[in-house]
Structure formats: C-alpha cells, structure tokens
Design a protein around this ligand. Structure first.
Ligand SMILES: [Zn+2]
Length: 468
C-alpha cells in the first residue's frame, strides 16, 4: 500500500511537473486570480446577435430577465474573441473549441490536435494536472467536437468511438449529454460500436452512477456520474419531452451537485449545442427557446457562485451560426415603399412564439420529399398564422436550394417563411466570422476583457489553472 501511495504521489508530481514545462504559453495568474472552481458555459453558434435576441424576446414574451446580459455581462467583465481557424477565416466547432481549449490554432475538423495532427494539451488536462475534478455537459452527443476538444484528442471530429475510448481512459468525473450510440455495441438498441464493447458498463465498473432519463438524473448521487439521455444529440428545447430528457439547467445542476465537494475544486465545461443546430436550420423559434434554456443553466451556475464565491464563471461560444439578422422588411414585393414595411417587434415575436415544433422535427416528420398537402397540414398545426409563399413551396417540392449557402432545403425554406413574416432573417446555413462574446464573473474575470484572439482565451484559462 505504501509503495502504491508513493507511486501515486510521484505520478501526480510528474504530471504537475510536465504541466509546468508544457504550459510555457500560459498567461500566468496571481494567487487572487486563481479560483477554486471554473465553470465554462458554452453556447455553440452564439454571438452578440443571439444574446440580444435572447434578452429582448425574454423580456417581450415572458416578462423575464436574461441572466447572461443582465447579470454576467452587465455586472461582470466582457471580452470579444476572433474565431478564425488555421488556414481559413470561417471556422467549424472543432477548430474553434481546440483554440479555446489548447491555445493552438488548428484546421477545421481537428480536435485537440495542432495542424500537424500532434496532440496539444487541453483545458481539462491542465485542470486535472492541477488536481481539479472534471465535468463535461452538452446537449449534443457527449463525444461531439466541443466537449471532446476541451478534454481529449482526435485527428477528425467524426472519430466518435475513439473519443469515447479516450473518455474511458481520461475519466472525466461527470459526463452528461446525448450519444449513447458510441457507448453501446451494434445489436443493442441504438448501438453503433463495431468492437462489441459496452462502454456504459465499463464506466459503471469504474464506480460511475449511470443515468438514462431525467428522473434517474435527479435521483443520481455520488461523485462520478455518466448520464446519456438519447442515442444521438438531445432534442431542441421546443421539442423536449421533460419526462425523458433533462433540461440543460437540470444537467448543470446535477453536474454541480456531483462536483461540489472537490478539495482542489473542479472544471466544468457545459455546452448548449442546440443553439448551433437551430442556427444551421435557420430555426428562429427553436433558437429562442434554446437561448432561454441556456440562460436557465447560467442562472443555476450563478446561484452556485453565490454559495461558492471562489468560482469563476465564463459564458461564451465558439462562433456565430446562421448570420442571424433581425431587421425590418417588406410585407410583400408588390410595393417597395416604406408604407409596405414592418419593423420586427413584439407582434412578430408573438407570432414566432406560436410555433410549436422545431424545423428538425418538421423534417423528421415530413421526410426529405413531402407532398404539398403534407406540408400544409403540418404548417396549419404547428405554425399558426404562417403562409408558405409559392417560391418557397417550389424550393421544397423540387428540392432546389434557395442559395449556395442554403443547402438544408426543407428547413432553410421554412426558416425563410418565418423570416418573411417576423423579420428574423438569416444570411447562411453555416457559421460566420462574427466575434464571440466572453462574459466573466468571479476571481480572475477581469483578465478576459478586451478584443482578443480565441487562443488567448485558452492561455488565460491555463493560467487560471495555475500554469505558468
Ligand atoms: Zn455548427
């Protein structure tokens, strides 16, 4: 036992020593700027435009505040991050998250590796070397690009099985999200693994409590937690059945419960991916509710911070998705004068809030080639007050994209239908180069101020974990 304990101490010392050597690019922090706990709340695809949409719609439609703007950005410190990856201007989520986790710019698609394919140290690896416990939360598959790039390494973001295998070796203390498919072997419901392994059982044998539903998550206790709530990505908030899937805020609360008593503190990375998915679909109604759901998770973290002031909260995203622009527009093309113009406002938001289904679920319900009658039936039920113009109907029926950056035919066309009547327009089905916002509250928060590169976020974060 004594030998074992000495060996463990030596290994820990070695890890810390290696961290100090490898962390030469960190921006060192003073003692006062090194909080015990760090919570990164990460809204994929969200920049200032989305945050303002969340804030304004929250006030107009539910007479409620929006904690990100009203508390974190108003009372904390604010910065902006440029997001370009290695070799391009527009980024994907893998390269952006790698930059923000490791401080290294990489090529689109790469996860926790440099442009040369070599692993670079991730934020979770820095935190673990500092003795902190690790939590990963996402509404996407838990092996998706952002949580993966904040913790492990893969040449390509699609190497899902390999990422899950690395989680098993790295042992993040808490993992909550979707994506049970790459934990279970083919032949089991939803299973996709080719090697016959049951990695959920492997985690359980390592002492993890396993939760597969909202009820199991709320009952789950213990320091190590694996929660997988869908085969692939979890549902947009607008579609979510509360009995089967927990909300983003439920997952943040469960992660904090599990990580709370960590002697050296913890690092929690909690991502809402649905905000990005909604952007890709040009789905304003889903995005609005996903922004509110993300904000509810931020509120849970702020409550935790009140009880544990030695906690740094960082609210940010990786890039903007969809080129969201809320604007004024003509009611139709018969008259181009201002008499025929409407300004997006509370009336239009009310129309938006009447929508009861995400465009993802519309597509899943209709399939890729719906008939005109099927379209009309579904729109009458779930999109009250909306009419589908002939050009958009043609685009769907003939499977003809509206533009070269609008390849998601059914969903983007219905997104345009919503835009024409609400003024909530979109410029693309992809990501844009709008800088992302960083909101910071707690010890060390002031260091995130300013207009910076996204790699600076990582360097400052490494310093927060004690790297020099
Ligand atoms: Zn995306």
């Amino acid at each position: 036992m004594l030998v074992q304990a000495r060996l463990e101490r030596f290994t820990r010392w070695l890890l810390v020593a290696a961290a100090v050597v490898l962390a030469s690019c960190a921006t060192p922090a003073t003692e006062a700027q090194r909080p015990k706990n760090v919570i990164v709340l990460f809204a994929d695809g969200v920049a200032a435009t989305q945050l303002e949409f969340g804030r304004y719609s929250s006030r107009a439609l539910r007479n409620a505040g929006f904690a990100i703007t009203d508390t974190v950005l108003a009372q904390g410190h604010m910065g902006l991050l440029a997001t370009h990856p290695h070799g391009a201007f527009a980024t994907d989520s893998a390269a952006a998250a790698t930059a923000m986790s490791t401080g290294v710019k990489t090529t689109n698609g790469a996860v926790g590796v440099g442009p040369d394919g070599k692993p670079v140290r991730t934020a979770a690896e820095y935190a673990k070397a500092a003795g902190k416990r690790i939590g990963l939360v996402t509404t996407a598959e838990i092996y998706d690009a952002s949580p993966a790039a904040f913790s492990v390494h893969a040449l390509q973001r699609g190497n899902s099985t390999a990422i899950v295998d690395q989680y098993l070796a790295f042992e993040p203390d808490v993992m909550l999200g979707g994506g049970s498919d790459h934990f279970l072997p083919e032949g089991r419901p939803g299973g996709k693994r080719k090697d016959g392994r049951d990695v959920i059982a492997a985690f359980a044998s390592k002492g993890y409590t396993v939760a597969r539903s909202a009820a199991e998550l709320s009952a789950a206790r213990g320091p190590r937690l694996l929660g997988l709530f869908s085969d692939d990505a979890m549902d947009n908030e607008i579609d979510r059945a509360a009995t089967s899937q927990p909300s983003f805020a439920d997952m943040v609360a469960a992660a904090l419960r599990s990580l709370e008593n960590s002697p050296q503190g913890f690092f929690l990375f909690a991502e809402n991916e649905n905000t990005d998915t909604a952007g890709h679909r040009n789905d304003a109604a889903a995005l609005m509710r996903d922004l509110w759901a993300f904000d509810a998770g931020v509120q849970v973290a702020l409550e935790f911070q009140k009880r544990h002031p030695d906690t740094l909260i960082l609210v940010t995203g990786d890039h903007e998705t969809g080129g969201l622009s809320i604007t004024y527009a003509l009611r139709d093309l018969r008259d181009i004068t201002s008499r025929n113009r409407f300004y997006s406002g509370d009336t239009q938001l009310k129309l938006l809030s009447g929508i009861t289904m995400s465009l993802d679920k519309v597509q899943a319900t209709l399939g890729r080639t719906p008939t005109s009658a099927e379209l009309d039936r579904l729109l009458a039920t779930h999109f009250p007050g909306f009419r589908l113009d002939d050009d958009l109907r043609e685009s769907i029926l003939q499977r003809r994209p509206l533009e070269r950056n609008q390849w998601d035919i059914v969903r983007n066309a219905l997104g345009r239908m919503v835009a024409r009547q609400t003024g909530v327009y979109w410029g693309t089905a992809g990501h844009t180069t709008e800088p992302v916002v960083v909101g910071a509250m707690g010890p060390g928060a002031e260091r995130f101020r300013g207009y910076r590169d996204n790699t600076d976020f990582a360097r400052i974060l490494h310093g927060v974990f004690g790297a020099r």
